[in-house]
Design a protein around this ligand. Structure first.
Ligand code: GLC
Length: 477
């Protein structure tokens, strides 16, 4: 076969190695989907966190160690290699930076990811992989784009590397005080203008300026971030770089998320044999100590418990919603206020509300398969994967029309696969929830809708074409 295009993903997390959110799933499943096409050699490079499960860690092999400059310091950097789903992974090791509990939120995150990004560029000759495209995801990988364009592009083998920067969420930009520019990030004062924004170093801004193309994870979000309502201050930068921008809807790993084969769920089913979905529901109700009622719709949320996920809409009308014959299940962790709120709500309605304050992938699939309705009323949502996963398990999504939610879920009234509402308004949400509860009573119509939800193609096959087109345009230019 002729030469494959070489892509290196730089990211702070990827399944199956280490995951705290949607970013990990996208990096893990997109690299797999591109590899399966056959015309790409995609590899992924991650930090080697001590939080990674020991059994995965045990399978890695040591490649070599190098010394990596972090501004004026020189740090040890071990390079490890692993393989998953046919994709080669590399890991950047330094225990001082990554032997910690929790991936993010440390006082020196700027330095940790500066080391990681510098390590990535120093690793290329060691792993002997100079990619055609260095594809960096989110602010933690932004410096790899910036270092390539400001330092490494002078060097021979680095000169022709193109860069893509993907914004998974514009809210998290990697902002640091300006006096860190040289002594911590090692960026020459000459380039201050590239990374400076509103009096700070803003790494996401720097990557958007430096990269050859930048993308977001849905077409609607690509439009939204040009607007101050969604941009968290970066709209002017997005608009200025608009010609490099495209929005590509994420997919999900439809082999992993498959109710016909998923070992985590209570009984297997598919869209032509739905009877076992009722078994999943019954078992879920039992497990969560809810009343076992086959005809009471179960509304579920699986989410980080932060306000932009629409939780303030939910708390505003949940008591009104519970006046209907309905059960409510929520799984997630996050802000203390919401953790307490939902735990208390469950304590008040022990047989009708269950709140599990945890991050639990197995339980999440038991909920996706056992629930009837999946609620995702986000204020903003770059893409969102849960609404697609829920649909795949035949759980009908109710979403607010924003970002990827708008691109993946179409209103039932217009022949679509779920329910949607436009304004960020609690009673608009309650109104469509009631519409869904009404339709649920019409068993035939509901089954049709469940089948429709399960029929939508959210596989990466479609979305990987978008990346393919972008990589081609870049490397053939
Ligand atoms: C971020 C976004 C989410 C998106 C995910 C993967 O977590 O908030 O909407 O689905 O990244 O791209």
């Amino acid at each position: 076969m002729k030469n494959k295009r070489k892509i290196l993903f730089v990211a702070s997390e990827a399944t199956p190695y280490i995951a705290t959110g949607g970013l990990a799933e996208v990096v893990g499943s997109l690299s797999k989907a591109l590899t399966e096409r056959g015309d790409y050699d995609v590899r992924v490079i991650l930090p080697l966190y001590s939080d990674m499960k020991q059994e995965l860690r045990d399978k890695l092999t040591f490649v070599k160690d190098v010394t990596v400059p972090v501004a004026w310091r020189n740090q040890y950097c071990g390079i490890f290699r692993g393989e998953s789903n046919g994709v080669v992974y590399y890991f950047i090791d330094n225990e001082y930076y990554f032997k910690r509990k929790g991936l993010y939120g440390h006082y020196d995150d700027g330095e940790r990811f500066a080391f990681f990004c510098r390590g990535v560029l120093e690793a290329l000759p060691v792993i002997d992989f100079f990619p055609d495209v260095l594809h960096c995801h989110d602010w933690q990988a932004a410096l790899a784009t910036i270092y390539l364009k400001t330092i490494y592009c002078q060097k021979d083998k680095y000169r022709n590397i193109k860069t893509v920067f993907t914004v998974h969420n514009i809210e998290y930009q990697g902002k640091f005080s300006l006096d860190n520019l040289q002594w911590l990030f090692g960026i020459d004062a000459y380039y201050q203008g590239l990374t400076e924004y509103n009096g700070c170093i803003n790494l996401m801004k720097g990557a958007i300026e430096c990269c050859d193309r930048f993308s977001t994870v849905s077409p609607t979000y690509a439009e939204e971030i040009k607007d101050p309502y969604f941009s968290h201050g970066l709209d002017a930068i997005v608009r200025r770089n608009e010609s490099k921008l495209c929005g590509i809807l994420n997919g999900i790993d439809t082999e992993y998320y498959d109710p016909a084969t998923d070992k985590a769920i209570f009984a297997l089913y598919d869209k032509n044999k739905l009877a076992n979905k009722a078994v999943c529901k019954e078992q879920l109700q039992r497990m969560l100590n809810l009343q076992v009622r086959p005809n009471t719709p179960v509304v579920a949320m699986i989410t980080r418990l932060v306000s932009h996920k629409g939780l303030d809409l939910v708390t505003a009308v949940i008591n009104e919603a519970l006046e209907n014959d309905v059960q409510f299940v929520i799984l997630g962790t996050g802000e203390g206020y919401y953790e307490h709120y939902f735990a208390e709500l469950a304590a008040r309605h022990p047989q009708r509300v269950a709140a599990v304050i945890a991050f639990n992938p197995e339980l999440s699939r038991q909920i996706y398969s056992g629930a009837d309705i999946f609620l995702m009323p986000s204020q903003s949502e770059p893409c969102g994967l849960a609404q697609m996963i829920a649909s795949r398990y035949g759980t009908v999504a109710i979403v607010r029309e924003t970002g990827g939610l708008k691109d993946s879920i179409k209103p039932y009234g217009a022949g679509g696969n779920g329910f949607t509402f436009a304004n960020y308004n609690a009673h608009d949400m309650l109104y469509v929830l009631k519409q869904a509860l009404d339709l649920y009573r019409d068993k035939t119509a509901w089954r049709e809708l469940v089948r429709k939800a399960m029929s939508a193609d959210f596989s990466w096959k479609v979305s990987a074409n978008g990346y393919d087109a972008m990589y081609k345009a870049l490397t053939e230019a």
